[in-house]
Design a protein around this ligand. Structure first.
Ligand code: NAD
Length: 393
């Protein structure tokens, strides 16, 4: 009898699970349904560019119905409200309930606000196309307001957190704001662009040479770094720092960290700090008919080791492993252990500069080669999913 495969999430993990599963299961063998809250597959690794207005929305927002047309994968646009793993059911916001024989949870992560007062209420986040559009519209509105008000809070942008998300965003702003100011008749020298990082340095864990390169490249283009000081409060018009300083601003973009998805954390499957615990075959440790792909899961390579980071490249690879393992699960065949291939880490510093590491930390890249590699990795992903579309039937 045909199996019901339900995939929650149409991001990297969910999409790749669906397409890979369809390579193995015939239409008669399994009905595959993807549930996503947006009608698009979003290229979240490029959202900083949309937020700064450097690219158009359609470059990072691919219509799922087009991508999945004629591929034997059903698409449901709805928000997952509750997963009931003991009943093998999922309840959606519309009230519809789906049953499954195998479930893939690929709902991604959420922004962590760490209980910092005012942050959730007043800051902007960068987790979706809508978030990026909101940032872009707000910054433009603040600049328009500044022309009239000359209020410093309108001309000050603070990026909270100097991880890769914060650095890529601040780099894009540093490139785009001078152009935007010129188009609005504002002197770019009036603009303050801060990156505030609680740790002693931005990009902690990167080799010092690459950190220095990022800081000098961005400082030259007007970014002011405040490190070793945490953001402790946000109001509508100011950010307060741990050392007592206050920055007047109407724009804080918070990139201070991510946490597990709350729907997953509270659904009754075994979790580790809010992210699903998985076996090496990417099954829930408590519910073997539930498979995990992407940031919703925590994958610990070996006992006592640090978990793998929540990145797009891992979500993609997890999706492919899960797509195959569901087929093996129903056919009592051996499943694959998840053995990720780390192709490297690349971070853009704006449109013409980037840093990166390939082959662990052994090969460091700076400038044009890193920018080229970053562009190439995006193109590689897009052509990979197109390739899979061609393969799926
Ligand atoms: P992160 O957790 O890597 O960085 C958050 C930063 O915010 C940290 O440096 C932290 O010290 C800082 N912070 C936390 N609390 C703070 C406070 N109160 N005040 C000031 N700073 C504070 O988060 P991220 O940058 O969103 O990255 C999440 C994951 O996604 C990481 O694994 C990252 O490598 C990955 N990522 C990869 C890319 C890429 O490959 N190009 C891009 C973006 C994100």
């Amino acid at each position: 009898m045909s199996k019901q495969i339900l995939i929650l999430g149409g991001g990297y993990g969910g999409l790749l699970s669906a397409l890979t599963a369809r390579k193995y299961f015939s239409i008669a063998d399994a009905a595959i349904t993807v549930v996503n809250r947006f009608p698009t597959h979003q290229i979240i690794t490029e959202l900083h560019r949309l937020a700064a207005g450097s690219i158009a929305e359609k470059a990072v927002s691919l219509p799922l119905d087009k991508l999945l047309r004629d591929k034997g994968v059903n698409l449901v646009i709805d928000t997952v409200e509750q997963i009931k793993p003991d009943e093998k059911k999922v309840v959606l916001q519309s009230g519809v309930t789906y049953s499954y024989d195998a479930l893939v949870v690929a709902l991604g992560s959420e922004t962590a606000f760490f209980g910092i007062p005012g942050l959730q209420e007043y800051s902007f986040i960068l987790k979706s196309v809508n978030d990026a559009n909101r940032i872009r519209a707000h910054v433009e509105a603040c600049l328009d307001a500044y022309k009239v008000s000359k209020n410093k809070a309108d001309a000050t942008i603070v990026v909270g957190g100097g991880g890769l998300t914060g650095i890529e965003l601040v780099g894009e702003f540093a490139d785009k704001l001078p152009e935007l100011c010129r188009s609005k008749g504002i002197d770019f020298n009036d603009i303050s662009l801060y990156c505030v990082e609680a740790a002693p340095s931005v990009l902690m864990g990167f080799p010092q040479e690459l950190i220095d390169r990022a800081v000098s490249s961005l400082s030259k283009r007007g970014v002011e770094f405040i490190t070793n000081v945490a953001i402790t409060e946000m109001t509508k018009t100011a950010v307060t720092l741990k050392d007592g300083r206050t920055i007047e601003t109407n724009t804080l973009v918070w990139t201070g960290g991510v946490q597990g998805n709350s729907v997953v954390a509270n659904c009754g499957i075994e979790v580790n700090r809010g992210r699903a615990s998985v076996t090496e075959t990417l099954q829930s440790t408590s519910h073997p008919d539930v498979f995990l792909a992407g940031d919703s899961a925590v994958v610990i390579p070996s006992e006592g080791a640090r978990p793998y980071p929540p990145t797009a490249q891992l979500a993609w690879q997890m999706g492919e492993t899960v797509g195959h393992n569901m087929f093996a699960y129903f056919n009592n065949a051996p499943m694959d252990s998840f053995t990720p291939v780390f192709s490297g880490t690349l971070g853009s510093l704006g449109r013409k500069d980037a840093i990166g590491m390939i082959g662990g930390k052994q090969t460091q890249l700076k400038g044009a080669p890193a920018t080229f590699m970053k562009e190439a990795s995006n193109v590689r992903y897009l052509s990979h999913i197109q390739g899979l579309f061609a393969l799926a039937y």
